[in-house]
Design a protein around this ligand. Structure first.
Ligand code: HPA
Length: 279
Protein backbone atom coordinates (compact mmCIF):
# COMPACT_ATOMS: atom_id res chain seq x y z
CA UNK A 1 0.00 0.00 0.00
CA UNK A 2 1.05 3.62 -0.60
CA UNK A 3 2.92 4.73 2.59
CA UNK A 4 1.08 8.08 2.62
CA UNK A 5 -2.25 6.29 2.52
CA UNK A 6 -1.11 3.83 5.17
CA UNK A 7 -0.23 6.75 7.46
CA UNK A 8 -3.58 8.36 6.79
CA UNK A 9 -5.33 5.09 7.57
CA UNK A 10 -3.41 4.79 10.84
CA UNK A 11 -4.51 8.30 11.82
CA UNK A 12 -8.08 7.49 10.82
CA UNK A 13 -8.10 4.33 12.94
CA UNK A 14 -6.61 6.22 15.86
CA UNK A 15 -9.43 8.78 15.49
CA UNK A 16 -12.09 6.06 15.19
CA UNK A 17 -10.95 4.38 18.40
CA UNK A 18 -11.48 7.59 20.33
CA UNK A 19 -14.31 9.46 18.64
CA UNK A 20 -17.75 8.41 17.45
CA UNK A 21 -18.94 11.40 15.45
CA UNK A 22 -19.70 12.00 11.78
CA UNK A 23 -19.15 15.57 10.63
CA UNK A 24 -20.86 16.97 7.54
CA UNK A 25 -18.77 20.11 7.29
CA UNK A 26 -15.07 20.54 8.06
CA UNK A 27 -13.87 23.97 9.12
CA UNK A 28 -10.28 25.15 9.30
CA UNK A 29 -9.73 28.16 11.52
CA UNK A 30 -7.27 30.85 10.53
CA UNK A 31 -5.61 33.42 12.78
CA UNK A 32 -8.06 35.26 14.99
CA UNK A 33 -10.74 32.58 14.71
CA UNK A 34 -8.83 30.29 17.05
CA UNK A 35 -11.45 30.45 19.78
CA UNK A 36 -14.41 29.95 17.43
CA UNK A 37 -14.86 26.40 18.66
CA UNK A 38 -15.49 27.66 22.19
CA UNK A 39 -18.75 29.16 20.96
CA UNK A 40 -20.24 25.97 19.54
CA UNK A 41 -21.91 22.96 21.13
CA UNK A 42 -18.86 20.77 21.67
CA UNK A 43 -19.35 16.99 21.67
CA UNK A 44 -15.72 15.90 21.76
CA UNK A 45 -12.19 17.11 21.22
CA UNK A 46 -9.11 15.30 20.01
CA UNK A 47 -5.64 16.80 20.47
CA UNK A 48 -3.43 16.30 17.44
CA UNK A 49 -0.74 14.68 19.55
CA UNK A 50 -3.23 11.98 20.59
CA UNK A 51 -3.39 10.83 16.96
CA UNK A 52 -0.66 8.41 16.00
CA UNK A 53 1.65 9.88 13.35
CA UNK A 54 -0.18 13.19 13.14
CA UNK A 55 1.91 16.28 12.30
CA UNK A 56 1.78 18.57 15.34
CA UNK A 57 1.60 22.33 14.82
CA UNK A 58 3.99 24.62 16.67
CA UNK A 59 3.09 28.13 15.56
CA UNK A 60 2.36 30.57 18.31
CA UNK A 61 -1.31 31.11 19.07
CA UNK A 62 -2.48 27.82 17.57
CA UNK A 63 -3.97 25.20 19.79
CA UNK A 64 -3.69 22.03 17.78
CA UNK A 65 -6.80 19.93 18.11
CA UNK A 66 -9.94 18.75 16.36
CA UNK A 67 -13.20 19.90 17.88
CA UNK A 68 -16.34 17.90 17.08
CA UNK A 69 -19.72 19.42 17.66
CA UNK A 70 -22.68 21.32 16.33
CA UNK A 71 -23.02 24.77 14.83
CA UNK A 72 -26.76 25.00 15.49
CA UNK A 73 -27.79 21.60 14.06
CA UNK A 74 -24.84 21.24 11.74
CA UNK A 75 -22.40 18.46 12.64
CA UNK A 76 -18.93 19.89 12.16
CA UNK A 77 -15.32 19.04 12.70
CA UNK A 78 -13.16 22.05 13.36
CA UNK A 79 -9.41 22.20 12.98
CA UNK A 80 -8.23 24.49 15.71
CA UNK A 81 -4.73 25.25 14.48
CA UNK A 82 -3.57 24.16 11.07
CA UNK A 83 -0.31 22.69 9.90
CA UNK A 84 1.82 25.07 7.83
CA UNK A 85 4.40 24.12 5.22
CA UNK A 86 6.85 26.67 6.67
CA UNK A 87 6.98 24.69 9.90
CA UNK A 88 9.05 22.14 8.03
CA UNK A 89 6.55 19.36 7.41
CA UNK A 90 6.39 17.52 4.12
CA UNK A 91 3.51 18.79 2.01
CA UNK A 92 1.93 15.37 2.34
CA UNK A 93 1.78 15.92 6.13
CA UNK A 94 0.51 19.47 5.77
CA UNK A 95 -2.63 18.20 4.04
CA UNK A 96 -3.03 15.03 6.11
CA UNK A 97 -5.55 16.68 8.48
CA UNK A 98 -7.68 17.81 5.55
CA UNK A 99 -7.70 14.31 4.12
CA UNK A 100 -8.48 12.91 7.54
CA UNK A 101 -11.51 15.19 7.89
CA UNK A 102 -12.62 13.99 4.45
CA UNK A 103 -12.33 10.38 5.62
CA UNK A 104 -14.32 11.27 8.76
CA UNK A 105 -17.18 11.97 6.39
CA UNK A 106 -17.09 15.74 5.90
CA UNK A 107 -18.40 16.59 2.44
CA UNK A 108 -17.70 20.31 2.59
CA UNK A 109 -14.40 21.95 3.49
CA UNK A 110 -14.77 25.52 4.76
CA UNK A 111 -11.40 27.26 4.71
CA UNK A 112 -10.58 30.44 6.59
CA UNK A 113 -7.30 32.27 6.86
CA UNK A 114 -5.57 35.58 7.44
CA UNK A 115 -4.05 37.25 4.41
CA UNK A 116 -2.32 40.33 3.17
CA UNK A 117 -4.34 42.47 0.78
CA UNK A 118 -2.72 42.86 -2.65
CA UNK A 119 -5.71 44.44 -4.37
CA UNK A 120 -5.51 48.25 -4.02
CA UNK A 121 -9.23 48.38 -3.16
CA UNK A 122 -8.74 46.26 -0.03
CA UNK A 123 -8.16 47.55 3.46
CA UNK A 124 -7.12 45.84 6.68
CA UNK A 125 -10.12 44.15 8.27
CA UNK A 126 -11.89 43.32 4.99
CA UNK A 127 -13.23 39.84 4.31
CA UNK A 128 -12.64 38.24 0.94
CA UNK A 129 -14.66 35.42 -0.54
CA UNK A 130 -12.08 33.14 -2.14
CA UNK A 131 -13.17 32.60 -5.74
CA UNK A 132 -9.97 31.05 -7.00
CA UNK A 133 -6.38 30.43 -6.12
CA UNK A 134 -2.79 30.29 -7.28
CA UNK A 135 -0.89 27.43 -5.67
CA UNK A 136 1.99 27.27 -8.16
CA UNK A 137 4.52 28.72 -5.70
CA UNK A 138 4.23 25.87 -3.21
CA UNK A 139 4.81 22.18 -3.96
CA UNK A 140 1.69 20.25 -4.88
CA UNK A 141 0.52 17.92 -2.11
CA UNK A 142 -0.35 15.45 -4.88
CA UNK A 143 3.29 14.90 -5.91
CA UNK A 144 4.35 11.30 -5.40
CA UNK A 145 2.49 8.07 -5.98
CA UNK A 146 -1.18 8.87 -6.41
CA UNK A 147 -3.50 7.98 -3.55
CA UNK A 148 -5.89 6.08 -5.82
CA UNK A 149 -8.16 5.41 -2.86
CA UNK A 150 -8.85 9.17 -2.66
CA UNK A 151 -8.85 10.43 -6.22
CA UNK A 152 -7.46 10.34 -9.73
CA UNK A 153 -3.85 11.00 -10.79
CA UNK A 154 -4.71 14.13 -12.80
CA UNK A 155 -7.60 15.86 -11.05
CA UNK A 156 -9.55 18.67 -12.71
CA UNK A 157 -9.16 22.06 -11.01
CA UNK A 158 -11.63 24.15 -12.98
CA UNK A 159 -13.92 24.88 -10.03
CA UNK A 160 -11.99 24.37 -6.80
CA UNK A 161 -14.19 26.81 -4.87
CA UNK A 162 -17.71 25.70 -5.68
CA UNK A 163 -19.86 28.37 -7.28
CA UNK A 164 -23.01 27.34 -5.40
CA UNK A 165 -21.15 27.60 -2.06
CA UNK A 166 -19.77 30.99 -3.12
CA UNK A 167 -23.30 32.17 -3.81
CA UNK A 168 -24.48 30.98 -0.39
CA UNK A 169 -21.68 32.87 1.36
CA UNK A 170 -22.31 35.93 -0.80
CA UNK A 171 -26.02 36.03 0.04
CA UNK A 172 -25.31 35.30 3.72
CA UNK A 173 -22.97 38.29 3.89
CA UNK A 174 -25.57 40.42 2.14
CA UNK A 175 -28.25 39.42 4.65
CA UNK A 176 -25.93 40.14 7.57
CA UNK A 177 -24.91 43.41 5.90
CA UNK A 178 -21.26 42.41 6.12
CA UNK A 179 -19.24 43.82 3.21
CA UNK A 180 -17.48 41.07 1.29
CA UNK A 181 -14.67 41.44 -1.22
CA UNK A 182 -14.15 38.68 -3.75
CA UNK A 183 -10.91 37.55 -5.25
CA UNK A 184 -8.04 35.21 -5.89
CA UNK A 185 -5.83 33.91 -3.10
CA UNK A 186 -2.17 33.17 -3.70
CA UNK A 187 -0.11 30.98 -1.40
CA UNK A 188 3.58 31.49 -0.81
CA UNK A 189 5.59 29.29 1.50
CA UNK A 190 6.50 31.91 4.08
CA UNK A 191 7.55 32.16 6.84
CA UNK A 192 9.00 35.51 5.76
CA UNK A 193 6.43 37.98 4.57
CA UNK A 194 6.77 38.79 0.90
CA UNK A 195 9.03 41.46 -0.56
CA UNK A 196 7.43 44.42 -2.36
CA UNK A 197 8.66 42.93 -5.64
CA UNK A 198 6.97 39.61 -4.94
CA UNK A 199 3.72 41.40 -4.15
CA UNK A 200 4.00 43.34 -7.41
CA UNK A 201 4.50 40.02 -9.22
CA UNK A 202 1.52 38.44 -7.45
CA UNK A 203 -0.67 41.39 -8.47
CA UNK A 204 0.43 41.06 -12.11
CA UNK A 205 -0.51 37.37 -11.88
CA UNK A 206 -4.02 38.28 -10.78
CA UNK A 207 -3.85 37.65 -7.04
CA UNK A 208 -5.90 39.79 -4.66
CA UNK A 209 -4.70 38.41 -1.32
CA UNK A 210 -1.65 36.50 -0.14
CA UNK A 211 -1.09 33.99 2.61
CA UNK A 212 0.90 30.98 3.74
CA UNK A 213 -1.79 28.30 3.84
CA UNK A 214 -5.08 27.22 2.31
CA UNK A 215 -4.30 26.70 -1.39
CA UNK A 216 -2.45 23.42 -0.80
CA UNK A 217 -5.28 22.25 1.45
CA UNK A 218 -7.77 23.04 -1.28
CA UNK A 219 -5.72 21.08 -3.82
CA UNK A 220 -5.79 17.98 -1.58
CA UNK A 221 -9.49 18.35 -0.75
CA UNK A 222 -10.38 18.91 -4.40
CA UNK A 223 -8.45 15.75 -5.29
CA UNK A 224 -10.63 13.69 -2.97
CA UNK A 225 -13.86 15.30 -4.16
CA UNK A 226 -14.69 17.53 -1.23
CA UNK A 227 -16.80 20.63 -1.90
CA UNK A 228 -14.67 23.64 -1.01
CA UNK A 229 -15.37 27.20 0.00
CA UNK A 230 -13.29 29.82 1.77
CA UNK A 231 -13.19 33.25 3.30
CA UNK A 232 -10.02 35.19 3.91
CA UNK A 233 -9.62 37.87 6.53
CA UNK A 234 -7.41 40.59 5.08
CA UNK A 235 -5.44 41.50 8.19
CA UNK A 236 -3.00 43.92 6.58
CA UNK A 237 -2.06 45.51 3.33
CA UNK A 238 0.57 43.38 1.64
CA UNK A 239 4.20 44.45 1.70
CA UNK A 240 5.08 47.54 -0.28
CA UNK A 241 1.60 49.07 -0.38
CA UNK A 242 2.46 51.21 2.62
CA UNK A 243 5.88 51.98 4.07
CA UNK A 244 5.07 50.30 7.38
CA UNK A 245 6.94 47.04 8.02
CA UNK A 246 4.76 43.95 8.55
CA UNK A 247 4.55 42.18 11.87
CA UNK A 248 2.74 39.12 13.13
CA UNK A 249 1.36 41.32 15.90
CA UNK A 250 -0.40 43.53 13.37
CA UNK A 251 -1.90 40.46 11.72
CA UNK A 252 -3.10 39.13 15.10
CA UNK A 253 -4.44 42.52 16.15
CA UNK A 254 -6.62 42.99 13.06
CA UNK A 255 -7.75 39.36 13.11
CA UNK A 256 -8.83 39.73 16.76
CA UNK A 257 -10.56 43.05 16.07
CA UNK A 258 -12.80 41.68 13.31
CA UNK A 259 -13.17 38.19 14.79
CA UNK A 260 -16.74 38.72 16.10
CA UNK A 261 -17.97 39.67 12.63
CA UNK A 262 -15.95 36.92 10.99
CA UNK A 263 -17.46 34.36 13.37
CA UNK A 264 -20.97 35.58 12.58
CA UNK A 265 -20.36 35.28 8.84
CA UNK A 266 -18.83 31.82 9.19
CA UNK A 267 -21.61 30.55 11.47
CA UNK A 268 -24.46 31.76 9.28
CA UNK A 269 -22.71 30.55 6.14
CA UNK A 270 -22.29 27.07 7.63
CA UNK A 271 -25.97 26.96 8.57
CA UNK A 272 -27.01 28.05 5.07
CA UNK A 273 -24.62 25.64 3.35
CA UNK A 274 -26.05 22.77 5.42
CA UNK A 275 -29.58 23.82 4.49
CA UNK A 276 -28.51 23.63 0.87
CA UNK A 277 -27.09 20.13 1.44
CA UNK A 278 -30.46 18.89 2.73
CA UNK A 279 -32.23 19.76 -0.53
N1 HPA B 1 1.55 37.78 3.70
C1 HPA B 1 1.49 36.45 3.91
N2 HPA B 1 0.70 35.90 4.81
C2 HPA B 1 -0.07 36.70 5.56
C3 HPA B 1 -0.06 38.09 5.39
C4 HPA B 1 0.81 38.67 4.41
O1 HPA B 1 0.86 39.89 4.21
N3 HPA B 1 -0.94 38.60 6.29
C5 HPA B 1 -1.48 37.56 6.95
N4 HPA B 1 -0.95 36.40 6.51
Amino acid sequence: MNPAYEKLQRCYESFRQKIDFKPEIALILGSGLGDYAEGIQVEATLDYHEIQGFPVSTVWGHKGRFVFGYVKEVPVVIMQGRVHYYEGYAMEDVVLPVRLMGLMGAKVLFLTNASGGINYDYKAGDFMLIKGQISSFVPSPLIGPNLDELGVRFPDMSEIYKKDLQEIIRSTARTLEIPLQEGTYIQFTGPAYESPEEIKMARVLGADAVGMSTACEAVAANHMGMQICGISCVTNLACGITDAPLTHEEVKETADRVAPLFKKLVTESIINIYKGMQK
